[in-house]
Design a protein around this ligand. Structure first.
Ligand code: PLP
Length: 405
């Protein structure tokens, strides 16, 4: 089935209010279809209650709806029985959970953690904190001008000391789809645990956790049409069972005495306190919506829209696209000669084009590129060629404006 962005757009109430908006900041967050908003409202209107507690009908309904999303998430990544799904508040919390609990399980003084120069800050800072805490060294796979990993020195980066490898699946700056399988193989050969930051890959195509053979995979609901405030950590149950809890409180315990406590089973051991119930339930509706379109169809459409966008942008005088990776998703970072990205974003806004200007929470990349910021246009299923034309017109107007100044 060919995906039609104009038909899809009809499902999103925000575009009924902002009829001429070209929303091109999808790597940051996506818009929400009516079915997701309805599902969240249904919870509050019809069965609002806490989960796992009320022995009454609406409490049981809430628990059922909340728990059933775990199965949808596991199915989405083709997980087998070896994996469990844990709800968090976002990719950031999922990575912090791992940096806390996995680090406590596997790290000792002198060990090494390997990440890459392409990471989002949420996959850098938690490991810097863990390294400081446990006396470990943080190593980085460097990146090339093309916006790809330079793995020519990988043998010196993955050693017997490497205990954790945490890497970005698809770049939020260059769009690069990284060769994570190759690195996972090398990491597994030295017994390291492997984490994939799939915040930018899960919404855009089929991701198979068994095929990728990683131990943990993390992503955010709001980047895949779901509500904000819900994230996911899918991990090998065997390792999760051995990991100590992240936060303490209600729900994550089995027994509590004045002296000590015992822990609930996985996944609840990692879900302290009242969770984001409405958000989890809303995410379930987002997964149904995406499955209905088909992740293969989404991937095929995005390839098409990316090719059109790159072609049209390359015809804008003075426009430089950062990175040129072989395998790439629908993210384009660029600059327009002589115009500061923040000024450019403001002019584009006047043309009803929403793009992101900044360091995209990836300052090591900006340092490598020797720029303070870039403009980033990122596309999703409701974006059409019309949005690309609007972006290009906005850029040409900016050029005119600055040449007159
Ligand atoms: N990792 C990547 C690759 C991202 O692009 C983002 C957000 O842009 C994050 C992690 C953090 O996600 P969140 O802010 O939803 O926790």
């Amino acid at each position: 089935m060919q995906l039609n962005p104009n038909v899809i757009k009809e499902d999103f109430p925000l575009f009924k209010k902002h009829t001429s908006l070209a929303f091109l900041d999808n790597a940051s967050t996506t818009q929400k279809p009516q079915c997701v908003i309805d599902k969240v409202n249904e919870y509050y209107n019809e069965y609002n209650s806490n989960v796992h507690r009320g022995i009454y009908q609406i409490g049981e309904k809430a628990t059922y709806e909340y728990e059933s999303v775990r199965g949808k998430l596991l199915q989405l990544v083709s997980a087998n029985d070896n994996y469990s799904a844990i709800y968090t508040s976002g990719t950031t919390e999922s990575l912090n959970l791992l940096a806390h609990s996995l680090s406590k399980l596997v790290l000792k003084v002198g060990d090494e953690i390997l990440i890459t120069e392409m990471e989002h800050h949420s996959n850098i800072v938690p490991w810097q904190i863990a390294c400081e805490k446990y006396g470990c060294t943080l190593k980085y796979i460097p990146i090339t001008e093309k916006g790809e990993w330079d793995i020519s020195q990988i043998d010196s980066l993955i050693t017997q000391k490497t205990k954790i490898v945490s890497m970005i699946h698809q770049s939020n700056v260059f769009g690069t789809i990284n060769p994570v399988k190759k690195i996972t193989e090398l990491a597994k050969a030295v017994g390291a645990k492997v984490i994939l930051d799939s915040a930018q890959s899960i919404p855009h195509g089929n991701v198979n956790i068994v095929d990728l053979n990683c131990d943990f995979l993390v992503f955010s609901g709001h980047k895949m049409l779901g509500p904000t405030g819900v994230g996911i950590l899918i991990g090998k149950t065997e390792i999760l069972n051995m990991m100590p809890p992240f936060m303490g409180g209600g729900e994550m315990i089995y027994t509590v005495s004045m002296e000590s406590s015992t822990w609930n089973e996985v996944p609840w051991k990692f879900e302290a306190g009242t969770p984001n119930i409405a958000q989890v339930i809303g995410l379930g509706a987002a997964i149904d919506y995406l499955n209905n379109i088909g992740m293969d169809n989404i991937h095929a459409y995005e390839k098409k829209i990316l090719a059109i966008a790159e072609k049209k942008l390359s015809q804008v005088p003075g426009l430089k696209i950062f990175g040129n990776p072989q395998k790439k998703g629908t993210v384009i970072s660029f600059e327009l000669d002589g115009i500061h990205p923040h000024d450019l974003a403001q002019i584009l806004d006047e043309h009803n084009v929403a793009v992101r200007a900044g360091h995209h929470c990836a300052q090591p990349i900006m340092n490598k590129l020797n720029v303070p910021a870039t403009i980033r246009a990122s596309f999703y299923i409701y974006n059409s060629e019309k949005d690309i034309n609007q972006l290009v017109n906005g850029l040409n107007s900016a050029l005119k404006f600055f040449s007159i100044q």
